[in-house]
Design a protein around this ligand. Structure first.
Ligand SMILES: NC(=O)c1ccc[n+]([C@@H]2O[C@H](COP(=O)([O-])OP(=O)(O)OC[C@H]3O[C@@H](n4cnc5c(N)ncnc54)[C@H](OP(=O)(O)O)[C@@H]3O)[C@@H](O)[C@H]2O)c1
Length: 244
């Protein structure tokens, strides 16, 4: 539901960017349901900050703060080699246990997800799976080029493109507040934008030397809070972190 106008007024972000003082953004979201508006306001405020010469990563920090305040959770649930690769350079993931391996929380994780956001490369891989692996969960494929979604049987799939903050804003506006972000490049872009709140990484006991990395360059350190590490009889080691 769209927020009422008086709520919009109550949720205004204040931008303070005069020449004689340090620019800052104060966000006072008083209405939880007005999340999409607050993010839009925050992005506008961030543009002011950027125009005022503040580093873009600082503006992104403010977006992340708003996300935490209002309750959006974007999570990563991924399997990697111990040396940090999610697939081989040719896209193969034969080093991961067949069929997902022993149960390690995927079904429980998926039960709390409103929408899965995957990059086009990951989509190209899962397209070959039969049946469609995500059931009726909403899937958003990110790509800057047209994708033929008519080939998918039984799935609920749409395409989006744009900055991660815009994607999150559009999803929040349509009721998706618990996102599963997947695909190396996609995860890295969301992390750089300060839009990932939770990382669940399951390490498979193998080194593959080279491949598609889970993580990449960042504009600044991303501090993590360790939530838990679980070990499984087959050798899987799963660590969960909150992005702080
Ligand atoms: N081990 C695991 O748990 C795991 C999990 C997921 C995936 N994988 C593997 O990882 C590989 C794919 O990862 P990847 O790093 O190559 O790529 P990816 O993140 O799956 O896809 C990257 C592509 O997504 C599109 N994209 C991403 N963000 C976008 C945005 N904001 N707006 C528009 N388009 C956007 C772009 O496609 P366009 O070029 O079309 O614009 C980009 O080139 C596959 O081999 C897959 O099997 C492994």
């Amino acid at each position: 539901m769209r927020p009422a106008r008086k709520h919009l007024a109550e949720n205004r972000s204040q931008v303070c960017a005069r020449d004689d003082e340090t620019p800052s953004v104060i966000v006072e979201p008083k209405t939880i349901g007005a999340r999409a508006f607050v993010v839009a306001e925050q992005r506008a405020a961030s543009r002011h900050l950027i125009a005022a010469g503040i580093q873009i990563d600082r503006a992104h920090e403010h977006i992340a703060i708003v996300d935490k305040i209002i309750g959006m959770t974007a999570s990563v649930f991924v399997g990697t080699s111990v040396d940090g690769f999610i697939a081989r350079l040719n896209g193969d993931f034969d080093f991961l246990p067949a069929g997902g391996g022993e149960p390690h929380g995927y079904n429980e994780f998926m039960a709390g997800i409103d929408a899965i956001v995957i990059g086009r490369h990951t989509f190209d891989v899962v397209l070959k799976f039969s049946p469609w692996p995500y059931g009726k969960t909403r899937v958003v494929v990110l790509s800057s080029r047209p994708i033929d979604l008519s080939v998918i049987v039984g799935g609920v799939v749409e395409q989006m493109s744009g900055e991660p903050a815009e994607i999150v804003e559009r999803l929040a506006a349509t009721g998706a507040h618990n996102l599963y972000v997947d695909g190396g490049i996609t995860i890295q872009r969301f992390l750089r934008a300060g839009l990932i709140q939770r990382l669940i990484i399951t390490r498979v006991p193998v080194l593959i030397g080279e491949g598609i990395p889970l993580f990449g360059s960042l504009p600044h350190d991303v501090a993590l809070t360790h939530i838990a590490t679980r070990q499984f009889p087959s050798g899987l080691v799963q660590s969960e972190y909150a992005v702080t």
